[in-house]
Design a binder for this molecule. Structure first.
Ligand code: AFP
Length: 333
């Protein structure tokens, strides 16, 4: 494969396909530079005194890590001056961030989870950044939460960075999925995989099994069958992984297949699930579908869900097509 930089890839896409314009290219390049800065900050860890709790809570009522707040600030500062955005929204902010009037505004809305899996940060395990790009509705000059409430099918772009042994950027513009690896010597993201595909079958599942007693019957049935292995109805053994960082679990599925589940559970009937629709489930569902997988909430395609709130939660079942179809089918039984 030609080892081209992210910038060259985006310029070639712009020239050859029309899938992307200069503003969207600037947006993606800016987000990639912010992810590079986050990667560097994470790499310093305790040496920079940035591990541990920030002593604050986010809109979800969850304790924020210092790096949650730092990552959020890096993304806001990197993106607000470029003239490509109408507004931004983040897991870490109650309301959308307006572009200061001293800067020009553009047609795009950027949503992100700046540090996904942040409970891993203090134990030096993989974390990531997830982002999603929508168009600001026509005629909306001061976009508020309502401007963001578009179904996942309206996304023009989605991606994630995973900060692991290497820092990767995975991206879709709606025409396949590409992966870029950060070259720390040159500071460039280099194209290392194109046309990523998720195998339709798998022997690997990802779920937090400590919640088993709270699952709904279809999930219980599906996981029981996996655990029964070759002597059970599936006739083969399965393996389990759970990184507790969605970006890492989804990346593994993009590389070798698998099914990821964070289903609705009985712990809090007011919540449809743990993961957030707008800046976790929708971008990941877009990427997974573009790689040949599928993503549902057990009953419906995630990308078709009409959002009712910026921070609404959703059950997530995504990955290898044949397995997601099976467990979704159990919900319909
Ligand atoms: P944190 O960002 O609070 O660590 O949550 C990560 C996450 O949203 C997602 O990335 C993981 O898949 C999931 O939660 C892990 O949830 P459990 O800690 O309940 O297993």
């Amino acid at each position: 494969m030609r080892r081209i930089t992210l910038m060259q890839y985006l310029i070639e896409q712009e020239r050859q396909t029309g899938w992307i314009n200069a503003d969207l290219r600037l947006l993606i390049e800016t987000v990639s530079r912010a992810c590079k800065a986050i990667s560097i900050a994470i790499g310093k860890g305790e040496l920079a005194g940035i591990l541990g709790s920030a002593g604050s809570e986010n809109v979800q009522g969850e304790a924020q890590k210092k790096l949650d707040v730092i990552s959020n600030e890096i993304l806001l500062e990197a993106n607000e001056w470029g003239g490509h955005l109408a507004a931004m929204a983040s897991e870490e902010m109650d309301y959308p961030h307006q572009i200061p009037h001293r800067f020009p505004r553009g047609e795009y809305l950027l949503l992100f989870d700046p540090l996904d899996g942040s409970s891993n940060i203090d134990i030096n395990m993989a974390v990531g950044t997830i982002f999603s790009v929508l168009r600001c509705p026509e005629g909306v000059s001061e976009p508020d939460e309502r401007a963001f409430l578009q179904p996942g099918t309206a996304q023009v772009c989605a991606g994630y960075a995973v900060y692991g042994p290497s820092t990767l950027l995975v991206l879709t513009l709606g025409h396949g999925v590409a992966c870029f690896t950060l070259d720390r010597e040159t500071g460039s993201f280099i194209l290392t995989q194109n046309e990523m595909r998720i195998p339709a079958d798998t022997e690997e599942f990802a779920i937090n099994a400590s919640n088993m007693r709270f699952w709904e019957p279809p999930v219980q049935r599906y996981v029981d069958e996996l655990l029964a292995g070759r002597s059970g109805p599936r006739g083969r053994d399965f393996n389990m992984r759970w990184v507790a960082a969605m970006v890492a679990d989804v990346h593994r599925i993009l590389i070798r297949g698998g099914i990821f589940m964070y289903p609705r559970d009985a712990r809090d009937s007011s919540k449809a699930g743990k993961l957030r629709l707008m800046y976790e489930a929708n971008p990941m569902a877009f990427i997974v579908e573009q790689a040949g997988g599928i993503a549902t909430n057990g009953h419906a395609r995630i990308l078709d869900i009409q959002p009712t709130g910026l921070h609404q939660r959703v059950a997530v079942i995504l990955g290898s097509k044949n397995e997601v179809e099976r467990v979704t089918g159990y919900h319909a039984a």
